[in-house]
Design a protein around this ligand. Sequence first.
Ligand SMILES: O=C[C@H](O)[C@H](O)COP(=O)(O)O
Ligand SMILES: C=C(OP(=O)(O)O)C(=O)O
Length: 301
Amino acid sequence: MGGKQPDESAPAVAGKETGARRVLRAFRPEGTRVRAGSVEVGGPGFVVMAGPCAVEGLEQVDRTAAAVAQAGAHVLRGGVFKPRTSPYAFQGMGEPGLHLLAEAGRRHGLPIISEVMETAQIPFMAESSDILQVGARNMQNFSLLRALGKVRRPVLVKRGLSATLQEWLLAAEYVLEGGNEQVMLCERGIRTFETEMRNTLDLAAVAWAKQRTHLPVIVDPSHATGQVDLILPMSLAAAAAGADGLLIEVHPRPEQALCDGNQALTPERFQTLMQRLPPVLDAVGRHLWRPESPAQVVRAR
Ligand SMILES: O=C[C@H](O)[C@H](O)COP(=O)(O)O
Ligand SMILES: C=C(OP(=O)(O)O)C(=O)O
């Protein structure tokens, strides 16, 4: 793909592989900036999205939202539809959970991101979520991707469990092709022969995607490692590798979490992470996202 120009006029040839076009850096050399509420992803500001893996109830989500907001997070995450390996595992609170997440976001001044698993969920998820997440397991759910192309909400496309970089980009291409330009990529670790960690975080893919595409790239060190002790070092490494932000799991009582407690930071550990990011970001010419000052806004006009 490297060096190829996007060819909008090229007709798809039946039976032949057609490459990515709209995701390529050449399509928008200046890069895409995605807006979620008042937060901008893809500019110089590094955006931290944090919250529970799954919304479990009012107290849990509100306490987490308060803690991550206080530590400086920019977006509240929380799954209400959970793609679980076992049909007997907690599947999420569904729409009532979405209302709790949205309310917690409003109360603590944070836009929210949540996973949409099926096309039928899009209308109400898009109504209340500032960012719609496509999970790793749904990265090649093409009808879902096409439907998200018609939505006026930013979409974060997670890399599939064993997806190649081309497959990941082409998944994002589906959303862009549908007319939605507010798309982000998320590296969340892939399946390899290694078994010590839950997945293998592919940080080279982050630098690669930043070079080859114009889309913001987010890293999820929680699913990538599955281990709390690795989340801090991998978050710093992601910032150094050029990621535009992080998606991190935080729970007030990880040992009681209904999903993925092994990879959830306590609020205290999350605060430490937020304090460790600025010097690394500074070394690569970035900073934690902050609203533009009025002076900058005037200059930009
Ligand atoms: O957050 C996410 C997923 O639902 C979770 O990682 C699925 O893993 P499991 O169902 O195999 O535990
Ligand atoms: C399910 C999630 O992650 P993934 O799709 O990367 O497994 C999640 O972030 O809630």
